[in-house]
Design a protein around this ligand. Structure first.
Ligand SMILES: [Ca+2]
Ligand SMILES: [Ca+2]
Ligand SMILES: [Ca+2]
Length: 430
């Protein structure tokens, strides 16, 4: 999208033309430029007229388009419109749209806002030709939902396409027809029960075509994504903080209607740790985690059931995980031991009835050397192979000689199976 922050562009352009003065005839490439000052001067006159009425510029709190004045080609005619956000003297919001005409920018109209603050601005595509809408999100006080208003522009005037409430919302083109569908979750202000709704474009309006309730324990959505599975089905993954602690996942099939694929196995997605749906094996398809006390099974979902794709061990404290060797099954356990400058995670076979040292049951140690002396600490472990270094933290591993050849792994295999957790995984709960 071709947008600029006019707040800075305007004075800059005006300054350039003041300095350049009569040098416009310098070259063909600059020939069209003399039109620029007039159009921007006229725009600035319009903006100053609004400011003179006692209004002030306002900014979106979040998102990628936060500027008070934005340029974007809403009606896909090749000419940018200007969108400007104001709070009026009476503390109401007005979003103005300016179109460029023969005599410069003129005001098409404005969208009246509501709520306490402008939260986010986005421009979903609402027509195959590339026409966009203006989606404005509003922050209220004392309620879990935000407000959402979507306005269309047909080249002549602004019109409302949708007004609704939501806790999370996502515009995305799930059927690849060139226009964005809308997916929102909303909390009932009385019962607290969450509903997921899918909207499609119909006769120039966003219209609900699918709706379903989420798990009744959902108390706040922490992660939401839409992804196509191996069977080419579109699935909507919603990770939520659950009543009583922990997390729960709803997996909705997005087809003729919304169907909750996780509801029959709901207890399976209940988990203690803040581990969310992700494409764990990096094949482009999202998997759903099942918590087994530090070990996680990762399932691929489809309308015909779910399939185990991967197993991992997640060291949540230290922010890394490793793909669990298949041969280890349920026979191996992990234990974390922190010491000065080095944290060791030991993978071992529990050997009940054996005296200490009688059975060589440690298979693998994973080490983290950290702090200013990490390199020196690492040097004192000559048999430890380095996996990776981040800043002054060194991650290493060592295969330990043991009495369990059936669980043998190689250092290369362990290095390939080791990953750091991404920051987004450890993000704070809303
Ligand atoms: Ca345009
Ligand atoms: Ca679409
Ligand atoms: Ca995957």
């Amino acid at each position: 999208m071709n947008r600029y922050n006019l707040k800075w562009v305007l004075p800059l352009i005006l300054m350039i033309f003041t300095l350049c003065g009569c040098t416009m005839e310098m070259g063909d490439g600059l020939f069209a430029l003399p039109n620029l000052p007039t159009r921007y001067v006229q725009l600035q006159d319009q903006l100053e007229r609004i400011l003179a009425s006692g209004a002030e510029y306002t900014y979106a709190e979040t998102g990628t388009d936060k500027q008070a004045v934005q340029m974007i080609d809403i009606d896909a005619d090749g000419q940018d419109e200007v969108i400007a956000f104001f709070m009026t003297e009476r503390s109401s919001f007005r979003t103005y749209l300016f179109e460029y005409g023969l005599e410069g920018y003129y005001e098409v109209g404005y969208i009246e806002g509501y709520g306490r603050r402008l939260r986010e601005v986005s421009y979903p595509v609402v027509d195959e030709s590339g026409k966009r809408a203006i989606a404005l999100s509003w922050n209220y006080d004392n309620t879990v939902n935000y407000g959402l208003s979507v306005s269309g522009y047909d080249g002549v005037s602004l019109h409302s396409m949708l007004e609704t409430q939501y806790t999370e919302c996502l515009f995305t083109d799930v059927d690849s027809n060139g226009t964005d569908e809308l997916f929102v979750t909303e909390a009932d202000s009385v019962t607290g029960i969450y509903t997921a709704s899918a909207y499609m474009l119909e006769d120039g309006q966003y219209t609900v075509w699918g709706q379903t309730k989420l798990d009744e324990d959902v108390r706040g959505i922490v992660n939401m994504q839409i992804n196509t599975n191996a069977q080419s089905e579109v699935l909507w993954y919603i990770d939520s903080a659950a009543l009583g602690g922990g997390y729960v996942t709803d997996v909705l099939s997005v087809k003729e209607e919304l169907i909750n694929l996780a509801s029959s196995e709901l207890d399976d997605t209940r988990r203690v740790s803040a581990i969310y749906c992700t494409d764990i094996d990096n094949d482009g398809v999202v998997e759903v985690p099942r918590d087994l006390n530090g070990k996680f099974e990762w399932y691929g979902y489809s309308t015909s059931g779910r399939v185990l794709e991967s197993v991992t061990y997640h060291n949540l404290t230290d922010g890394w995980y490793i793909f669990w060797p298949e041969s280890w099954g349920d026979a191996v356990q992990a234990q974390r031991t922190p010491a000065d400058g080095v944290i060791t995670t030991t993978f071992y076979v529990p050997s009940s009835g054996s005296a200490m040292g009688e059975v060589r049951n440690t298979l693998l140690n994973v080490y983290i050397f950290s702090g200013d002396d990490s390199d020196q600490h690492f040097q004192t472990y000559p048999n430890v192979r380095s996996i990776l270094e981040v800043g002054n933290t060194i991650y290493g591993c060592m295969i330990v000689e043991n009495d369990y050849p059936q669980y043998a792994v190689t250092t290369d295999r362990i290095i390939g199976a080791f990953n750091l957790m991404e920051a987004s995984w450890i993000r704070e709960e809303k």
